[in-house]
Design a binder for this molecule. Structure first.
Ligand code: PA5
Length: 432
């Protein structure tokens, strides 16, 4: 990926960062890089995720997937939540076309939505992909039990079409072993939201026939850019500039890809940024937007509202050629000389320029096209940016105590164990 930070400089934008401040920040980046490099080298928790491009065994994933797929596979139903779903969903939503098995994700436990999703599936030809690092997440296990029962009621042998990815020792691992299901491990030291380039994110992509090695090659190419300077490494430039802008008042980061296929990527980014950096009263609030759609809604606020935002554009250099048909209506003739891709580009350029003209900071992230290689680079690059930002903030990027608090409280309220968090909820409820 390429990153253009020109519109985040104080010569253009407020808040913005000056050249001198950028030079000073680069010294902090060099120190942070040493820490990241050492963490990667030692395979430390969290930092180990940045080794995935050279560590993930795609043959092992493919062998496991081949046990549950066949030429008639029509869909892959992933049951998982948060980091155990969003990476996979980002990849399949970006890469799937009409000929691929449909990739569906069950993360929420909304019963109406779940029933409607299951009702429209041909279970005989659906692969069930259950993913939970801990193997204890209530939403995932509950949805899995409901889906399993649905298969049984339809007379379909779920054990022949279920693949499990989980950590060691949890109830999901036990279940996989009891039923001799093909199962894959969540690699050690890799937190959920950093696991897109492991089996967690790649099983659904493999069922859909995507090139896992190309995804990893793209990520590995991005890893090659990790020098100790933001002036040489696009991912560090992005992480450092977002951190600096947040410190100067841009407390919201609107991620706005100009590609419908990257809408889920914005969701993945929002989780990565929020769950990794939102600690110790620090962190930048990520917002999901989509170009061009949100030009007709959120853009008004971004250009003329409070000066507390950074807009991050993701642009795709090569898009499909789809000419706009000619018409004999004079006022529309300008469209007939263009393609939809030209229109998309013009919309992006106009939006970027309009923000810059209003002095609003924005950063452009460019990828060549939406394919496995480029997507692998984008996911990896944003993970690196996030890890760097975490170092600069001085937070523990790889823990998520607030998320764990709610998980324990939920389990406790349902009688799944004794948790102080559940007691705290009960006390608050009594006070009402
Ligand atoms: O990034 C994280 O750690 C979380 O978003 C988890 O991925 C999410 O809570 C699901 O956890 P698990 O994979 O243990 O079911």
């Amino acid at each position: 990926m390429n990153v253009d930070i020109g519109n985040a400089l104080s010569a253009v934008a407020a808040p913005g960062i000056s050249r001198a401040a950028l030079e000073r920040l680069d010294e902090q980046v060099a120190d942070a890089h040493e820490r990241i490099d050492a963490g990667m080298e030692a395979g430390e928790h969290g930092y180990a995720a940045l080794n995935l491009p050279n560590r993930t065994d795609t043959d092992e994933i493919q062998v496991a997937v081949d046990r549950v797929t066949g030429p008639d596979t029509s869909a892959v139903l992933t049951v998982g939540i948060g980091g155990s779903a969003l990476g996979a969903a980002t990849i399949t939503d970006a890469l799937n076309d009409a000929d691929d098995p449909e990739a569906i994700y069950l993360d929420n436990v909304d019963p109406d939505w779940l029933s409607a999703t299951l009702d429209r599936l041909d279970l005989e030809t659906t692969v069930l992909n259950v993913v939970s690092r801990s193997g204890t997440t209530a939403e995932t296990l509950a949805n899995f039990l409901v889906v399993r029962e649905t298969f049984e009621e339809a007379g379909v042998d779920w054990t022949e079409r279920t693949i499990v990815t989980t950590g060691d020792g949890g109830p999901l691992r036990e279940l996989a072993e009891r039923h001799n299901l093909p199962s894959l491990a969540v690699p050690d030291g890799v937190p959920g939201r950093f696991s897109a380039l492991s089996a967690v994110g790649l099983v659904a992509a493999a069922v859909c026939g995507h090139d896992l090695d190309a995804l990893l090659r793209g990520a590995a190419a991005e890893a090659e850019t990790l020098t100790g300077s933001l002036f040489e490494c696009p991912a560090y430039a992005y992480g450092a500039v977002t951190y600096a802008l947040d410190a100067r008042g841009a407390s919201t980061n609107a991620m706005m890809p100009y590609a419908e296929s990257l809408e889920t990527y914005a969701e993945w980014f929002a989780q990565l940024w929020a769950e990794s950096l939102g600690k110790d009263d620090l962190g930048q609030t990520p917002v999901r937007a989509l170009g061009v759609t949100d030009q007709h809604s959120q853009l008004q606020l971004y250009r003329a509202g409070p000066r507390d935002k950074l807009v991050t554009f993701v642009t795709v250099q090569e898009t499909a050629a789809r000419p706009i048909p000619d018409t004999d209506v004079d006022d529309l003739s300008y469209l007939g000389d263009a393609s939809l891709g030209d229109l998309l580009d013009a919309e992006f350029e106009a939006t970027e320029a309009s923000l810059a003209a209003a002095g609003r900071p924005n950063v452009r992230v460019e990828i060549d096209r939406v394919d496995e290689f480029e997507l692998g680079g984008l996911l990896y690059g944003m993970e690196v940016a996030c890890v760097l930002a975490g170092e600069l903030y001085g937070v523990n990027t790889f823990e998520q105590p607030a998320v764990e608090w709610a998980k324990k409280a939920t389990r406790g309220l349902l009688g799944g164990g004794e948790f102080a968090e559940a007691e705290a909820v009960a006390e608050k409820t009594e006070l009402r």
